[in-house]
Ligand binder design. Structure first.
Ligand code: C2E
Ligand code: MG
Ligand code: MG
Ligand code: MG
Length: 284
């Protein structure tokens, strides 16, 4: 097919354009397939949540779990969130999908609580869930259906969500905080204007982006400076700091020295299906 397109294009003397449109077609066909698949995926129960343990660095104990969405189509390979979440955000499907994530994460955490493991579960939230959906109602029903206490649910927002700075976002965050739900800023340090909204939104935690953590292994003092600055900022404002994407013991030790409170990453665990996560407790 590609050869035919190239041949035809060359004959027309417009091969650059032809190549470009051929690639575009592949990309838009893949996109269309994902979009069609996503519509059916909720009904067909193709979503799963994996949980990545979050540790207290000081005593190396599991204190929380980040819920990360996985899509396993019935007949096909697993599709990573980076591929389908942007599409679901574009077409609005992230609102019902996000509702499912909230319900499922609360349900699972209640199961762990009942087994005696008091964890904080953290859930990623997209901007559209504030703008188009009704996040407050979604969270309330996820909590009441599961019977999970609000203190054990944390919502992760990226700086782009906070940039909207609309009255609805502010109101919904305030109402959710009044319920007892906490908030973290995800990928902290990679977005814009990180500082002014820290005052406006009164979040509880900064998740230091993994790009800054990777630099900790370089051994150069200046590469630790950003992490150190974020930890100090957090301490000053009374916010917890959690390092994302910790992959080596060296990084974990450096973070401990720098006074970072919490961490997650491949050094400890990959995101795990719930039964494997539960097995970590038994091994404890
Ligand atoms: P995120 O919220 O920043 O999640 C962290 C990502 O880093 C996850 O990728 C996780 O698997 C990966 N990770 C964890 N430890 C390490 C490590 O040590 N090294 C490296 N290199 N990576 C690590 P994942 O699961 O592919 O998710 C990608 C992104 O998709 C998430 O980034 C989040 O923005 C989005 N996402 C995932 N689940 C949901 C969801 O339920 N709702 C929404 N709105 N977004 C979600
Ligand atoms: Mg996250
Ligand atoms: Mg992150
Ligand atoms: Mg991210």
């Amino acid at each position: 097919k590609a050869d035919t397109a190239m041949y035809a294009a060359k004959n027309e003397g417009r091969n650059t354009f032809r190549f470009f449109s051929h690639d575009m077609n592949l990309a838009s066909i893949e996109r269309m397939n994902i979009e069609n698949g996503l519509r059916a995926a909720l009904k067909q129960n193709e979503f799963r949540l994996h949980y990545q343990p979050q540790y207290s660095i000081r005593d190396n104990r599991i204190i929380g779990a980040e819920a990360l969405l996985r899509w396993q189509p019935k007949n096909g390979a697993m599709i990573p969130p980076a591929k389908f979440i942007p599409i679901a955000e574009d077409n609005g499907l992230i609102v019902p999908i996000g509702d499912w994530v909230l319900r499922e994460a609360c349900r699972q955490n209640r199961v762990w609580h009942d087994a005696g493991y008091k964890l904080l579960v953290t859930v990623n939230i997209s901007a559209l869930q504030f703008k188009r959906g009704n996040l407050l109602e979604s969270v309330k029903s996820a909590l009441s259906e599961s019977g999970l206490a609000a203190e054990y649910l944390e919502l992760e927002l990226t700086e782009s969500v906070l940039m909207f700075d609309t009255a609805t976002v502010i109101q919904q965050i305030a109402a959710l905080k009044a319920l007892g739900v906490s908030f973290a800023i995800d990928d902290f340090g990679t977005g814009y204007s990180s500082l002014s909204y820290l005052k406006r939104f009164a979040v509880n935690k900064l998740k230091i982006d993994q790009s800054f953590i990777q630099d900790l292994s370089s051994g150069k003092a200046e590469d630790a400076a950003i992490v150190q600055a974020i930890v100090q900022l957090g301490d000053t404002l009374g916010l917890l700091t959690l390092a994302e994407g910790v992959e080596t013991q060296e990084q974990a030790e450096r973070l401990h020295q720098l006074g970072c409170h919490k961490a997650q990453g491949f050094y400890w665990n990959q995101p795990l299906p719930p039964d494997e996560f539960g097995a970590l407790f038994d091994a404890d």
